[in-house]
Design a protein around this ligand. Structure first.
Ligand code: ATP
Ligand code: MG
Length: 360
């Protein structure tokens, strides 16, 4: 029997679960590990250790996992988990990003105003889904509690948000998916559309930037790069050294998916540019249940994370993949008709984007 390394994951949320699902067809064993527990995990010397989150508590188990010889990307994870070192890396690599500053004792309200009239104050570590962020306007006080804890970033009046998911292998080979268009509201991803020809002109720059980042960090595995589009050009918002919510559409619209691609990269299996089928939409299930009626919609798949439903919590996602724009529009309309009116807006957003992109 083929001998594959086992892949331990620091984290046992939905990303670890979907990595495990992606390993199953190859018989590749994936072991999601809750890093908050103390008990050690039974690991073999040739296992590989990778992450589904950037930050974890310091426990005997997390120390065991990060001390394992197969733990990948220690430096990348350390740089990206802190917005101060992450933004400094982008500046060092001359990659466009929102103007920003570290908040130090010198950064009075006048200093902050030099970055921009309107700012987003972001916690350096541990923020996600828009948590740990505050809006600031010129004239407002700079709060003492931001000192050493936060960076300040200029508020960018972007046209839209896109992300690039790519992977780098142990041999340095880099491969990418097409850019994904993302709808964020209140800092949380609601929906993505992938396979829009109109984003193609941005693809080469995005790939060149993410390659530069992965090479600099000597990174192995899938990495996500979230960007703003401003005046038709890219600015990098943030990086994720792992599989990413904006790549969930690849489960339906690409082969391999981002989960399969990450496993191939970390397990040192062959990497090639993923094959893309048709056009895809991903809709996040935020604090809501799903209905089996949705499965009657052509091209519709439901991924449920087996989590307790709480307001706003990511508990699953729906992927829609169809061969062309017209068929995807039909399916989006059918799915929207099955939802209460208040829940339809992410699907209607995707529908508008697809209509606007449709070949004449
Ligand atoms: P994630 O869950 O992706 O890790 P996060 O909470 O870490 O998100 P960001 O990605 O930095 O935080 O911000 C979340 C969203 O807030 C962005 O996708 C964007 O919509 C908005 N946002 C963040 N920074 C800015 C900015 N400088 N200007 C305008 N909007 C911004
Ligand atoms: Mg983000």
């Amino acid at each position: 029997m083929m001998l594959l390394p086992r892949v331990a994951i620091i984290g046992n949320g939905q990303l670890g679960r979907m990595l495990k699902q992606a390993g199953a067809p190859m018989g590749l064993e994936v072991i999601p590990c809750d890093p908050s527990l103390d008990e050690p995990v039974a690991l073999n010397p040739d296992d590989v250790v990778t992450v589904e989150q950037e930050l974890w508590p310091d426990t005997p188990r997390s120390r065991q996992l990060t001390a394992h010889p197969g733990f990948l990307n220690a430096r990348a994870t350390q740089v990206i988990r802190d917005r101060l070192s992450e933004k400094s890396l982008l500046d060092h690599l001359k990659i466009g990003t929102a103007p920003w500053c570290n908040i130090t004792a010198d950064h009075t309200t006048e200093h902050l105003a030099l970055v921009g009239e309107k700012l987003v104050i972001k916690r350096r570590q541990g923020g996600y889904d828009g948590r740990g962020q505050w809006r600031w306007k010129q004239g407002e006080p700079a709060l003492d509690e931001w000192l050493g804890e936060c960076i300040a970033e200029k508020m960018i009046p972007f046209e839209e948000e896109v992300s690039l998911i790519g992977a780098r292998g142990h041999d340095g080979k880099c491969v990418f998916y097409p850019l994904t268009l993302n709808l964020h509201q209140q800092g949380i991803l609601h929906a993505s559309v992938a396979g829009l020809p109109r984003l193609e002109p941005l693809q080469a720059t995005a790939e060149e930037w993410l390659t530069r980042i992965m090479v600099e960090l000597d990174y192995v595995g899938v990495m996500a790069m979230e960007c703003f589009v401003v005046d038709g050009t890219l600015l990098v918002n943030e990086l994720a050294p792992r599989v990413h919510n904006s790549g969930h559409w690849t489960q339906a619209g690409a082969n391999p998916s981002q989960f399969g691609l990450h496993l191939r990269a970390v397990a040192d299996l062959p990497l090639h540019t993923p094959q893309i089928h048709g056009i895809s939409v991903m809709w996040n299930l935020l604090g809501r249940d799903w209905s089996t009626d949705w499965l009657a919609v052509p091209g519709c798949d439901v991924h449920w994370y087996d989590k307790e439903i709480r307001p706003g919590r990511k508990v699953g996602h729906v992927n829609l993949n169809l061969p062309n724009h017209a068929l995807l529009q039909d399916s989006l309309n059918q799915l929207a008709d099955l939802l209460p009116e208040d829940d339809r807006s992410p699907l209607l957003w995707a529908l508008r984007e697809i209509q606007a992109d449709s070949p004449a």
